[in-house]
Design a protein around this ligand. Structure first.
Ligand code: IMP
Length: 195
């Protein structure tokens, strides 16, 4: 079965294929499916934005489409950047710019607990929708560590592993990450759906 990923993020595509390929599912990019969809993420929750993205790509491609809406929620910032994680600090910034702004906004904060959230939604051309949520608790480091991954990975510290997401091998990150957990839960729902 082929699912089109509603995202331009190559790293998300790799993570999804790593996890779903065991089910015989191939996740392809919008480009592979011959579509290029710009979705305005107008929702105020991960669930709403995930559905908006998956539905738009399913309608454009005529194929089942999967979307991940994810973000980092920091307790001392009242849950920010949350659904605005990709746009935190303004337009046109690099991942590094954004995590540096986050560290600056947390300067002097001793309570550094946070969580990553991912909501996976899959829309089928017959109107069916499957969705799953995953969360990964952690803390925000005082300085970036490691050079793997993307986004806020260098500053997201997992206490049990004593490493940031950037310091984990891809399979180690997938085993504990918000997206890994959401995809595992999604995988179970999809298996049930396809029976
Ligand atoms: P989305 O593509 O609209 O879901 O934006 C999610 C944003 O949240 C990304 O651009 C990253 O900044 C951040 N994010 C989501 N998942 C991760 C992750 O696994 N590591 C680091 N940052 C992430």
């Amino acid at each position: 079965m082929k699912l089109v990923l509603a995202s331009k993020n190559q790293k998300k595509l790799v993570e999804m294929n790593d996890i779903l390929s065991h089910l015989g599912i191939e996740v392809c990019s919008e480009a592979d499916a011959g579509v290029d969809v710009e979705v305005e993420e107008t929702g105020s929750t991960f669930e709403e934005n995930s559905l908006l993205k998956a539905r738009a790509v399913m309608e454009a491609s005529g194929l089942p489409a999967i979307a991940d809406d994810s973000g980092l929620c920091v307790d001392c910032l009242s849950g920010a950047p949350g659904v605005y994680s990709a746009r935190y600090g303004g337009e046109g910034l690099s991942d590094e710019d954004r995590y540096k702004i986050l560290l600056e906004n947390m300067r002097g904060q001793l309570t550094r607990t946070a969580k990553f959230v991912s909501v996976i939604t899959c829309c089928f051309p017959n109107g069916d929708v499957l969705s799953a949520r995953g969360e990964c608790p952690g803390t925000i480091a005082y300085a970036p560590m490691g050079d793997g991954g993307f986004g806020y990975d260098p500053v997201f510290f997992v206490p049990e592993l004593k490493k940031t997401f950037s310091q984990l091998a891809p399979e180690e990150k997938n085993a504990v990450s918000h997206r890994g957990k959401a995809l595992e839960s999604f995988k179970e729902k999809l298996e049930e759906y396809l029976k």
